[in-house]
Unconditional design. Structure first.
Length: 384
């Protein structure tokens, strides 16, 4: 099988913060091991030299990635590579991919992987547009472009049951029948970030929590800051907050200045330490190993989180708001609806060794089926 993996890298200068790239870096070698001839078309190559590379230009904004897929370049790429399968990691680009295949005279299966959903659903079934994609009212157009992409795909892959439910509902509301082409294929865990919980020492009355998510406003960062102040108030918990972006370009800051604003607020909060892995996976592992538990994001439309999986694979319990995929994936005893409940859970993790070790083991076990080879097998089963 000749598989062409079209990858939009939104943070080429900060690859450690780009979960889509990390996903491809883990998955494509595993697909190669399974006998697939893989080419990644991306601004940057994955780490395995066996995976062929076609350099592309990174879109300058998140909207160009959705509305300007570059038809001429796609046609030339398809004629050169003659793929049998094309994976679109930007689902909105699927109609252009289908049209470019037609123009190139190439017959290939089009697979859309929904790494990101530009919408979510409330517990009462109300569809909400992602505010990150709704600048000047563009959210509805992004939703319709996403639905058009679903219609153009032969296969649609999502991370979780929650994502499958939301994607099916959104498709139905826009007149797209997914039929039997929707498949759940979770993301692989990073083999460099795995630690047997049998060797973990529980905290002794004080614990360090790690928050490792993008500090955009639409990730619920203001809500996290409110919780952070409560968590560190009595000294039982200290927090490490990851600075995933470093210095962003003026263009990105102009589009959304919220990460810089939130980072400054966190950096001046007593009991909170801002840290960076500087794109170094070893340093990142050490930061994870130095924490006792993780904190999930407050983003309503969270269909999956690589940072949550990273913590769990290292044997770190993750506390989370009871919403979306988090409520599906996180152990019920670690879910909260209020700040008071979150403080109670964190305090118990810090002071109850038996409770802590139980959830360290459960966290690790929840990622046991996410080894890259196992995920690659599920991936291939879904796209054949």
């Amino acid at each position: 099988m000749r598989l062409l993996y079209l990858l939009n890298v939104s943070n080429a200068s900060q690859l450690a913060a780009d979960s889509g790239f990390t996903f491809a870096d883990l998955l494509t070698p595993a697909l190669t091991d399974a006998g697939v001839e893989v080419t990644v078309a991306s601004p940057v190559a994955v780490g395995d030299a066996r995976v062929a590379f076609e350099p592309t230009v990174s879109p300058s904004t998140k909207y160009r990635a959705r509305f300007d897929p570059g038809m001429d370049a796609l046609v030339a790429l398809f004629r050169a590579r003659r793929p049998e399968v094309v994976v679109a990691n930007q689902v909105e680009a699927a109609p252009a991919i289908r049209a470019a295949l037609l123009e190139a005279g190439v017959d290939a299966t089009v697979v859309g992987y929904c790494h990101y959903l530009p919408f979510s659903f409330t517990n009462t079934g109300v569809l909400e547009l992602d505010p990150a994609m709704d600048d000047r009212g563009l959210g509805r157009s992004v939703l319709l472009a996403f639905a058009a992409g679903l219609a153009a795909c032969d296969r649609v892959l999502v991370h979780s049951s929650t994502a499958a439910s939301w994607t099916t509902a959104a498709a139905a509301r826009t007149g797209v029948d997914l039929g039997d082409k929707l498949h759940i294929v979770p993301a692989p865990r990073d083999v460099r970030l795995v630690r047997d919980p049998a060797g973990i020492t529980p905290p002794e009355g004080r614990a360090t929590g790690l928050y490792n998510h993008r500090l955009y406003a639409h990730y619920g960062t203001a809500r996290f800051i409110q919780l952070a102040r409560r968590l560190v108030a009595d000294g039982t918990v200290r927090l490490t907050v990851m600075d995933l972006f470093g210095t962003r370009s003026p263009e990105r800051i102009r589009l959304d200045p919220s990460p810089e604003r939130h980072l400054e607020e966190l950096a001046t909060t007593d009991g909170v330490t801002v840290a960076s892995d500087r794109g170094d996976r070893v340093r990142y592992r050490n930061l994870l190993a130095g924490a006792h538990f993780g904190i999930a994001p407050f983003r309503p439309g969270c269909p999956w989180s690589m940072s949550v999986i990273d913590c769990q694979a290292m044997g770190l319990p993750v506390i989370a708001p009871r919403t979306g995929w988090l409520a599906e994936h996180i152990d019920d005893e670690l879910l909260f609806a209020t700040d008071e409940q979150a403080v109670q859970i964190a305090t118990r993790l810090a002071t109850d060794p038996e409770f802590y070790l139980l959830h360290a083991k459960r966290a690790y076990a929840s990622t046991a089926d996410l080894m890259p080879a196992a995920v690659a097998a599920r991936y291939l089963e879904a796209i054949r």
